[in-house]
Design a protein. Structure first.
Length: 384
């Protein structure tokens, strides 16, 4: 397969010699420790040379995250990286280091464990939050909570820049997060994921541990549409956040711990088992069945199943505007769409069977309290 890709590059870019490609490939293999497949490296090299690789799709593995069990060998999965955990060292009979990733597909979350030289992928920032990555030839083990996690050994491979994957199959942490207003009902010490905006920041402080070493803590308030909650960040992560934290930042906290604060209030603690960083913004599409009235702005991809009806209506301000209504369906369900003003003209040209993406719409209750998608000025409706 690698030989085929080399021949494709030479054919598409005759000004690039085979020797140049091989030298660059060898350099990249040394840099990544042989952990990324040759074919993936060649596609990256081809892109840098301005040559299009003809590979257009990736074979999606049979096993989804929900299907994994501890004790499996030669496992391959594809997922979006939601969190990157720093490299740690260990000693004992053997010395070494390990690092972790959290990935997701539409069926669930999975922790990835990288050992020793494989942690270079994280230290070199080769893999980052938001990327869709394929992890091949790993093996599963049971974590402390009885859940499967995927370990990557010497035979394991990591492939990025995948073609032919559907973004909607790989959601952001929003799909697996808890609204701030629902945190109070979470049990003490429960691990949660939160996406919210920084409202207030308090000065950091230091403290002395029992072994006389120094620690650091920083507190700040975050909020979403359902409420606000203090976030408490400890030690090395406090150092990191103090340098970059700003009011107005939208953050994601992964695997934070719910704890009781003063009185009956609660807070979310960020420790060595947690990840905190900017919320990874990308064009995420929602499944219709996952839509809620408080979902905020959403993007939905589906098939037009009713012919759009275009008409003029009067608003509460006694303004006459255009409105087109139609129904959209995906494999999870069906929802009505109300396209207003100039969007009505776009929607009016759609026909039954069109696959469309409705981007930046909001969810509201419509006729007989059924949910519907409604456009706003910056909504975009495009045929896929």
């Amino acid at each position: 397969m690698s030989e085929d890709v080399i021949n494709q590059i030479v054919t598409l870019c005759p000004m690039i010699s085979r020797d140049q490609i091989l030298k660059r490939l060898d350099k990249e293999k040394q840099k990544t420790g042989g952990f990324i497949s040759e074919e993936t490296l060649l596609r990256m090299i081809a892109a840098e040379f301005g040559c299009e690789s003809t590979r257009s799709k990736v074979d999606i593995p049979v096993l989804m995250i929900k299907d994994l069990l501890p004790g499996l060998n030669d496992v391959s999965v594809v997922g979006r990286i939601l969190a990157v955990f720093s490299t740690r060292t260990f000693s004992g009979v053997k010395e070494g280091k390990f690092a972790g990733l959290l990935i997701a597909d539409r069926t669930g979350l999975l922790r990835i464990v990288l050992w020793n030289d494989r942690t270079d992928l994280i230290d070199s920032k080769t893999v980052n939050v938001g990327q869709i990555v394929r992890f091949s030839h790993g093996y599963t083990r049971e974590d402390s909570g009885g859940r499967p996690e995927l370990h990557l050994g010497d035979r394991s491979k990591v492939e990025m820049n995948l073609g032919g994957v559907r973004e909607s199959e790989y959601p952001s942490i929003l799909k697996f997060s808890t609204k701030v207003g629902d945190l109070a009902s979470a049990s003490k010490n429960k691990r949660v994921n939160v996406v919210a905006t920084v409202r207030r920041i308090f000065p950091s402080s230091t403290f002395e541990r029992q072994n006389s070493s120094k620690g650091k803590v920083i507190r700040f308030i975050v909020a979403d549409l359902t409420g606000e909650v203090p976030i408490v960040v400890w030690n090395e992560k406090a150092d990191e956040m103090e340098k970059v934290l700003k009011v107005g930042d939208r953050l994601q906290v992964v695997n934070g711990k719910v704890k009781k604060a003063l009185g009956d209030s609660i807070e979310v603690n960020v420790d060595g088992s947690s990840y905190i960083g900017p919320f990874a913004e990308f064009d995420e599409t929602f499944q219709i069945a996952d839509l809620k009235e408080d979902s905020g702005l959403v993007s939905v991809e589906g098939k037009v199943v009713t012919q759009p009806v275009l008409r003029n209506v009067n608003t509460r301000r006694n303004e006459q505007v255009k409105l087109a209504t139609f129904e959209l369906e995906d494999k999870s369900g069906r929802i009505s769409v109300s396209a207003w003003r100039h969007h009505a003209d776009t929607a009016g040209k759609l026909t039954v069977g069109d696959i469309v993406l409705v981007k930046n719409a909001y969810v509201k209750k419509g006729f007989v309290d059924n949910l519907e998608l409604s456009t706003r000025s910056d909504t975009v409706i495009t045929v896929v």
